[in-house]
Design a protein around this ligand. Structure first.
Ligand SMILES: [Zn+2]
Length: 405
């Protein structure tokens, strides 16, 4: 029975955090010197583990199990936001490395191997989920560089390297282990989050156009007050969202701006930036309807209102059988589990469009993430790796049965 080595797992996580260390945290934005050095370091560790390892033209680090005709793909990302933490992304990559080492090279013919990947620019320093989208064939570095100034120069050090690609005949499944980045596991006293879905996201901009007037001399009834229209619409939206919400819906009024922004002038223009997220498309559609109704109501009342949807990301359902294997693996390791959705985007959402995918969370202390004090108890990091290994063995056994049948 393969076992992970807790000391080695934690040492590698700490070593990886040395690249771009900044105080207690890590600054390793995509294609920075620290990011590229960390990728080379990882590539060496994957080669040591017996994998065919390389850094590709998008910056993805890919370690392929030689001798295996089928494999489970595991990983995450090693880039960070600026002044980020040491575990976001790194955990899933080092966990995959440790599992590849624990399992060793595939022995018997037909045995399912473990391929390890660290995707580039998950955080969107240049282009969100850039590496995984290239890996899945949704994007090429050339096309992205043509659309995003500066990206071509950032990728120059990798020019000429062939792209690693998802191999549909080979890759049976993808698993991404990740920190939760929220407080729910900790609050529930559970160690393993079994992610059922990754939320969909809507970002809207609402622009209200009224008329600037002297706020002392213009009678209330004669005003076309863009600010008042916005505030009233926002109040109705907040109440409507509360009624239309699902159990996991979140929303945010991120910015309200009034122009010209003087106490003595009725606002001529008002702008609201609004976001909501939910794992269920039907809930997002109900929220969309509420927003459109406000736009229509403002326009009918003489305040021109324009809606621009800046971002619309559909929710992604992860594979139910693989999630069920995660629950089994957690129970086998005596780890309490909780079913939840991911409120943040991940590479797994890209992979899930192309290969059956699963995602597993471990608790984030006080829910903190994307900051230097992001942390997880060592015991939870180790238990998470054990559960991920048990999951791999579960999925490998199922694949072997499938072949034998
Ligand atoms: Zn991440």
């Amino acid at each position: 029975m393969a076992e992970i080595d807790p000391g080695r797992l934690l040492r590698d996580l700490r070593r990886l955090a040395d690249f771009g260390r900044s105080g207690a945290g890590v600054s390793r934005p995509a294609y920075s010197e620290a990011d590229l050095r960390a990728r080379e370091w990882l590539c060496e560790r994957l080669a040591e583990a017996g994998l065919d390892a390389r850094v590709d033209g998008a910056g993805n680090v890919y370690g392929r199990a030689p001798g295996a005709s089928r494999a489970i793909l595991m990983g995450s990302h090693t880039d960070t936001v600026r002044a980020g933490g040491w575990l976001d992304g790194s955990l899933g990559v080092v966990c995959a490395l440790e599992i590849a080492r624990a399992l060793g090279a595939p022995g018997a013919r037909g045995e399912v191997g473990v391929d390890v990947v660290s995707f580039a620019d998950e955080e969107g320093t240049w282009e969100p989920w850039f590496g995984s989208r290239c890996f899945c064939g949704e994007l090429t570095p050339g096309a992205a560089a043509a659309a995003r100034s500066g990206l071509g120069a950032a990728l120059a050090a990798l020019a000429g390297r062939p792209l690693a690609r998802l191999e549909p005949g080979r890759h049976l499944a993808y698993l991404e282990a990740h920190i939760e980045q929220g407080p729910r596991l900790e609050a529930a006293g559970k160690t393993i989050g079994v992610v059922g879905a990754i939320v969909g996201i809507r970002d809207h901009r609402l622009e209200f156009a009224g008329r600037a007037d002297h706020a002392g001399t213009t009678p209330m009834a004669e005003r076309r007050d863009a600010g008042r229209a916005l505030i009233e619409a926002a109040g109705r939206l907040l109440a409507g969202f509360e009624r239309a919400r699902g159990p996991e819906t979140v929303w945010n009024l991120g910015r309200i701006a009034l122009e010209p922004g003087e106490a003595c002038v009725v606002p001529a223009r008002a702008e609201l930036l609004l976001e909501y997220r939910d794992p269920d498309e039907a809930t997002l559609a109900r929220f969309d309807e509420l927003v459109r109704a406000e736009v229509a109501q403002a326009n009918e009342s003489g305040i021109a209102c324009r809606l621009t949807t800046e971002r619309s990301v559909p929710p992604v359902r992860l594979d139910a059988a693989l999630a069920s294997a995660l629950r089994t693996a957690a129970e086998a390791c005596r780890a309490g589990w909780l079913a939840l959705s991911s409120g943040a985007g991940h590479d797994a959402a890209v992979l899930a469009r192309h290969v059956p995918s699963a995602m597993m969370f471990v608790p984030s202390i006080a829910g903190r993430s994307h900051r230097c004090d992001e942390d997880t108890a060592e015991a939870d990091l180790v238990l998470g790796a054990r559960v991920a290994l048990a999951w791999v063995e579960e999925v490998r056994a199922a694949a072997a049965c499938g072949v034998g049948a």
